[in-house]
Design a protein around this ligand. Structure first.
Ligand SMILES: [Fe+2]
Ligand SMILES: [Fe+2]
Length: 130
């Protein structure tokens, strides 16, 4: 069973953002699967991919915001910066203690909160203004 399945509730009206969110969720599921006791995959490798992809996704959203003169760019970017810093801290903690539970719960919560909050607001604006 997947750690976090995609739901139509998470769909946003912007094809690129939506596709990247689905890929983020898939990367999170790959990490969760790699942390299972019987897994032969390397959790750290999947986590490196997840963090790199997150950074790219944030950059792409920030480019879209700048191109569209999005009025909430500064707040949205600040949310990305804070999220990424916390992800990095928690990844370091995972590498040291090997306990994935806290990191997985944190990743699931922020993904859903950020997609359903700031990203939903952004996608609606882009839908109306581009
Ligand atoms: Fe975002
Ligand atoms: Fe996003």
């Amino acid at each position: 069973m997947e750690f976090l399945s995609w739901s139509p509730d998470y769909d946003l009206p912007h094809p690129l953002i939506n596709a990247q969110h689905q890929a983020l969720l898939a990367a999170l599921n790959a990490f969760a699967a790699a942390t299972a006791a019987d897994s032969e995959a390397d959790p750290t490798e999947t986590l490196v991919f997840l963090t790199k992809y997150t950074a790219e996704h944030f950059k792409d959203e920030e480019r879209l915001m700048a191109q569209a003169n999005y009025p909430h760019l500064a707040e949205h970017r600040a949310e990305h910066v804070a999220l990424f810093e916390e992800v990095e801290d928690r990844v370091q903690a995972f590498i040291i203690d090997g306990d994935a539970t806290g990191l997985l719960d944190f990743l699931r919560a922020w993904l859903l909160e950020h997609i359903g909050g700031a990203d939903r607001q952004l996608a609606a604006y882009l839908f109306d203004h581009t």
